[in-house]
Write a protein that binds this ligand. Structure first.
Ligand SMILES: *Cc1c(COP(=O)(O)O)cnc(C)c1O
Length: 429
């Protein structure tokens, strides 16, 4: 009876899986709005060439370059799969629960899997600097780390409202040598305009995206990067689910239920897409569940073309969306607060292959389950990952009521060691 399922380094998958050619119908392509300049042309000017190519690719398996394999190993891959034996016992459930340990990431989340790939390609294409925006801060930290390992400079525009209170995470990015600016900043035209109106402007992800884009556009040595939503980002993340499948093979198990949290869709996609391959190609029966917040239940929105950002600088994507200028209440699981869901996962949802649950925005229900997890398993999930943990526990309790021996697989996308203030506030200790 194994508790920690370890994949030897030589078993690490050597290709990313691109699900696009296997989808039940063609993926609607990004498009320009009817009016205004071409966003498609603009985006192709500021993105990494190889990533743009991968974004449009119909190739099913894409070789992971040796240099990126080395970076993955440096980052501690493969990561463990754990059987949640103590939690099962406490819940007294007949279900068998397994969780993937993305929280062992050096920066605290799964986002390093694509940050490393993007930084590697940026360096190879001769760029000297990467720019980006960050909301909760996990993406900014992952990119700061990856840029440093690939010998690149890194500029992060961080939504001021979050920048102001997450001092430790800011220091973490600065330890890696990144330049971190509160957004709106005085470094860009967009930022300066907004600061004129209000010098303490709290900012938004949309504004920060505009700043990152403007910065990269104005410097031929800089390139802009994105941490979720897009096809190539989900493809880089498939390393998670491919490892997990091999780990299940090692112990002769196979999941009935696959769960994770969804903001833009990169950790859920990375974890679940290799299992969707089995559903689509091998007719496996798997129940996929996305855990979300009622503050941003994007999978319950409308399936239509919408902008990916507030300022309408990006092309339009066919996705489940709440509207690109929707107002959302703040939550501690800030990484889940995004108006749209990745086009790939949106299509799967549209085809009835992805279930979703949204939890109340006060987060007490979710964080109590996270506390149960930390007390039984010992690992502190990131506030976003707490949603995945909560959903897995709820499913295990359902198995108990129905006396079902299901195998539940869930991803713990990050750790919460820099997010304790959030837990404290909600759980009031
Ligand atoms: C960013 C983030 C998420 C949400 O983003 P996805 O693109 O949906 O994965 C979830 N968990 C953690 C730890 C994150 O940093």
């Amino acid at each position: 009876m194994r508790t920690e399922i370890i994949l030897p380094p030589e078993e690490m998958p050597r290709k990313w899986y691109n699900i696009v050619p296997d989808l039940p119908e063609p993926l609607p392509p990004p498009k320009d709005p009817e009016e205004g300049e071409s966003r498609l042309d603009f985006l192709s000017k500021v993105l990494i060439g190889e990533c743009l190519k991968q974004e449009m690719s119909q190739e099913r398996w894409v070789d992971i370059p040796e240099g990126i394999m080395e970076l993955y190993e440096q980052a501690g891959r493969p990561r463990q799969l754990f059987r949640a034996r103590r939690l099962e016992k406490y819940l007294n459930t007949p279900a068998r629960m397994y969780y993937k340990a993305e929280f062992y990431s050096p920066t605290g989340s799964h986002k390093v899997n694509t940050a490393l790939a993007q930084a590697y390609y940026a360096k190879k294409e001769g760029f000297e600097r990467v720019t980006t925006e960050t909301g909760a801060g996990q993406w900014g930290t992952a990119l700061a780390y990856a840029a440093r390992l690939c010998d690149l400079e890194c500029t992060v525009y961080w939504v001021r409202a979050v920048y102001n209170w997450k001092r430790d995470r800011r220091s973490f990015m600065e330890m890696y040598g990144a330049k971190v600016y509160a957004s709106p900043s005085d470094k860009t035209e967009v930022g300066r305009e907004l600061l004129k109106e209000d010098p303490e402007h709290v900012g938004s992800l949309g504004i920060a995206i505009s700043e990152g884009l403007e910065d990269a556009e104005g410097d031929p040595n800089a390139v802009y990067t994105l941490g979720s939503v897009l096809n190539h980002v989900l493809m880089h993340q498939t390393i998670i689910g491919q490892e997990t499948k091999k780990q299940f093979e090692l112990i002769d198990e196979y999941p009935d239920v696959v769960i994770s949290c969804i903001g833009g869709g990169s950790n859920f996609g990375g974890f679940a897409i290799p299992f969707y391959h089995d559903l689509l190609k091998k007719k496996k029966e798997i129940h996929f569940i996305a855990a979300q917040s009622e503050a941003s239940p994007n999978l319950q929105g409308k399936y239509r073309y919408d902008f990916a950002d507030h300022a309408e600088k990006t092309p339009m994507l066919k996705m489940y969306t709440l509207g690109h200028q929707v107002k959302m209440v703040p939550i501690k699981g800030d990484g889940l607060r995004y108006h749209g869901c990745s086009p790939i996962l949106s299509l799967l949802r549209h085809k009835g292959m992805l279930d979703t649950i949204a939890y109340p925005p006060d987060e007490e229900y979710v964080f109590k389950k996270a506390q149960m997890f930390v007390q039984k398993e010992g690992f502190l999930p990131a506030p976003e990952s707490a949603y995945s943990v909560c959903c897995a526990i709820d499913e295990a309790l359902k198995c108990k009521r129905n006396n079902e021996e299901k195998v539940i697989a869930f991803n713990v996308s990050g750790h919460g060691l820099l997010d304790l203030e959030g837990y404290q506030e909600v759980l009031k200790f």
